[in-house]
Design a protein around this ligand. Structure first.
Ligand SMILES: Nc1ncnc2c1ncn2[C@@H]1O[C@H](COP(=O)(O)OP(=O)(O)O)[C@@H](O)[C@H]1O
Ligand SMILES: [Mg+2]
Length: 384
């Protein structure tokens, strides 16, 4: 004989079975009328919310819903329950009598009488705060991991870049030495011959040799500049006069351009720790490039401000042709140039880089083709 035939818990005279079951389950059970006024809450629900039956029954479901829920949630939930039985299921933020919020998973249903007419709604709800917290924590970990990953990638790139430049530095120092010495001998021999040989044609050739030697020794000078900053003495350098003087010199040499120059120095700008003539050299390479990048006219902005981290930031912005993305990582490498042969040796920025780094500073570049280029330098404040 089946249980169904003997006892049907869904029949009126067996409602006691149902009641006993609802009273004992650990999920929260609510029954409300069609207006959402609560007419029953099981002990698990009362316990969780901290209300007595007297306090809770007669109130609407809104009473136990946190204001942090989306505004439309309750309306949607009631509409779905009334119109499509068993239709609503979702997450709700509930609030206890003493104001504590927690997440629940709620499932609602329409309750009908024997004639099939709707008479109320039921809801079964389960606390999912722990799951929700774990999920949020997991998302938080994932975010942090992604951030750490990003930082690691950037550090790796930085490391590769500085290792590469250090290796180039060693090579450059060796080359400068190996070429510099014989070149000096050639130069003095040429000068000697120039004095001894009087033939005009030969004199012309010596002149030309002299020019070439000068060009090579200029490059050698730059190459060794790139490498030998470690031994430099540092002092307190006042940036404003140094930058103004450097700018003036560069502009005098490029007075065919209609470049509008703006400078802005924060008042009370602290002095930086550097060697003045080297620092001036670092700036001058950047100014020269900026002027070269602006065909006939343009704007050059120089701006210096104090940062909180014991550094002064100098920004040099031009409205020149800009640097294509594929070159941006290369501009600080020695011998990288986009200028035609004989025009640029590709050493300016590598020297600036070497100088700034040797003072414990930093330099970076940002550029948009056709719009302009920004060089940003950080220099340590001088501590007496
Ligand atoms: N302000 C700038 N605007 C556009 N391109 C620049 C700028 N500064 C540097 N560059 C690019 O970087 C390259 C390297 O610069 P640099 O080291 O000074 O060498 P050089 O000036 O001899 O080419 C330049 O050839 C140029 O392509
Ligand atoms: Mg240059």
């Amino acid at each position: 004989m089946s249980l169904k035939k003997e006892i049907n818990p869904l029949e009126d005279d067996h409602l006691g079975w149902m009641a006993a079951t609802l009273e004992s389950v650990s999920d929260m059970v609510f029954i409300a009328d069609l207006e959402d006024k609560l007419i029953y809450a099981n002990p698990a629900a009362l316990k969780k919310f901290g209300y007595t039956k007297e306090e809770l029954l007669g109130k609407t479901g809104e009473h136990i819903m946190s204001p942090s829920n989306p505004k439309s949630l309750r309306v949607e939930m009631l509409k779905a329950t009334r119109e499509h039985p068993y239709a609503w299921e979702g997450e709700v933020i509930n609030i206890t009598k003493d104001g504590q919020e927690y997440y629940t998973h709620l499932r609602t249903a329409l309750v009908r009488n024997k004639r099939g007419e709707p008479i109320g709604m039921s809801g079964i709800s389960r606390d999912i705060t722990d799951r929700k917290k774990a999920q949020e924590q997991l998302e938080d970990y994932a975010r942090k991991l992604e951030q750490a990953n990003q930082e690691l990638r950037e550090m790796q790139e930085q490391l590769v870049k500085s290792e590469k430049l250090a290796a180039i530095g060693v090579l450059a120092a060796g080359l400068a030495h190996e070429i510099g010495n014989p070149l000096a001998s050639i130069s003095s021999l040429v000068q000697l011959l120039q004095r001894k040989v009087l033939d005009a044609k030969a004199q012309e050739s010596f002149q030309s040799i002299g020019t070439h030697i000068q060009r090579v020794s200029h490059i050698i000078q730059h190459v060794s500049d790139f490498t030998k900053h470690e031994q430099m003495k540092r002092m307190a350098v006042d940036l404003e006069p140094l930058i103004r003087n450097t700018l003036q010199k560069i502009c005098l040499q490029n007075n065919d351009k209609l470049v509008e120059i703006h400078t802005k120095f924060e008042s009370g700008l602290p002095r930086v720790s550097a060697e003045a003539s080297q620092l001036a050299q670092a700036f001058s390479h950047i100014f020269v490039n900026a002027l070269e990048a602006m065909d006939k006219a343009g704007k050059l902005d120089v701006d210096a401000t104090k940062l909180v981290k014991g550094m002064v930031k100098v920004s040099i912005r031009d409205t020149g042709r800009g640097i294509p993305q594929k070159y941006i990582r290369k501009v600080f490498e020695p011998f990288f140039t986009t200028k035609e042969v004989g025009k640029g040796a590709g050493l300016g920025l590598s020297v600036s880089y070497g100088i700034i780094k040797s003072f414990g500073g930093d330099i970076r570049v940002e550029s948009i083709v056709g719009k302009g280029t920004l060089f940003e330098m950080l220099l340590p404040i001088y501590e007496s």
